[in-house]
Design a protein around this ligand. Structure first.
Ligand SMILES: O=C1O[C@H](COP(=O)(O)O)[C@@H](O)[C@H](O)[C@H]1O
Length: 257
């Protein structure tokens, strides 16, 4: 697993633009190397703001959107089109504005599908398994870039501290009793997240500063799930100054004056 690098931008607005630019370059590079790419999206305020910045950046035309598989790290178990679904935010901010192949946009089914949360998680795990190639050596594709927001409690995706999902070795699980609404969610597990080539944890705001510090300081994953969010080749913590404000001196590298 890779050792995290920390990059700090001036504020949330600059951070969203910087992550968007980095994402466009990362996808173009992955497609140039392999022909197609796998991207895992996050929900949350900064996650959606980043996608809106991708759509607003002229260079996004360099991404071959039809040759991109889009996945989610987690979903709130709500009906299709619900404003609080991570999918809805991603569609409005980016996916409705680019030429993605609908067959390659892999959504986590909600209750309107007739599935229970467990069945939805199992179905997503199966979709991931089918997309995995022998060279991935596991039940999920080696995602090229996996984006994660982080909660003030250190949660990533819908993996909350001290919940049983943190011990699950399946790739996708249903989560019940989430401390953040809505209570029922679907989430990739830590083994699925750690199968990614690159994991980018993005965070803005002072309320995230304590969690960011713990995630970078060898906390146990059961207490701080973000501490286990690491990519096989690269892990980036992309922060604004407020989210980096509790890091020990020298840990964060300023990127924006
Ligand atoms: O509920 C969720 O929250 C986290 C973080 O969201 P933020 O608005 O505090 O940045 C997000 O990463 C996750 O995907 C989402 O379901």
């Amino acid at each position: 697993m890779s050792v995290p690098s920390v990059l700090v931008h001036r504020d949330a607005g600059v951070l969203a633009k910087a992550v968007a630019a980095r994402l466009i370059v990362g996808l173009v590079d992955a497609q140039a190397a392999k022909g197609s790419a796998h991207l895992v999206l996050t929900g949350g305020g900064l996650g959606v703001a980043t996608l809106a910045e991708v759509a607003a950046t002229a260079a996004h035309v360099a991404v071959e959107w039809p040759r991109l598989d889009v996945w989610w790290g987690d979903e709130r178990f709500l009906p299709d089109g619900h404003a609080e679904r991570n999918e809805t935010g991603a569609r409005r901010a980016l996916l409705d504005h680019v030429d993605v192949d609908p067959e390659r946009v892999h959504v986590m089914a909600g209750p309107d599908s007739g599935l229970t949360a467990e069945e939805s998680a199992d179905r997503y795990a199966e979709e991931l398994r089918k997309a995995a190639r022998p060279e991935d050596h596991g039940p999920v594709p080696s995602f090229d870039i996996l984006l994660l927001g982080i909660g003030p409690d250190g949660h990533v995706a819908s993996l909350f501290p001290e919940m049983p999902a943190l011990h699950d070795d399946r790739s996708v699980v249903a989560v019940h009793g989430s401390p953040k609404p809505p209570p029922t969610r679907i989430s990739l597990t830590l083994p699925a997240i750690r199968a990614a080539r690159q994991v980018w944890v993005i965070a803005a705001g002072e309320e995230k500063a304590g969690a960011v510090r713990m995630a970078l300081q060898n906390s146990g994953p059961y207490q701080v799930p973000a501490a286990a969010a690491r990519g096989r080749s690269r892990t980036l913590f992309l922060l604004d100054r407020a989210a980096a404000s509790k890091l020990p001196p020298g840990l964060g590298r300023p990127s924006s004056p």
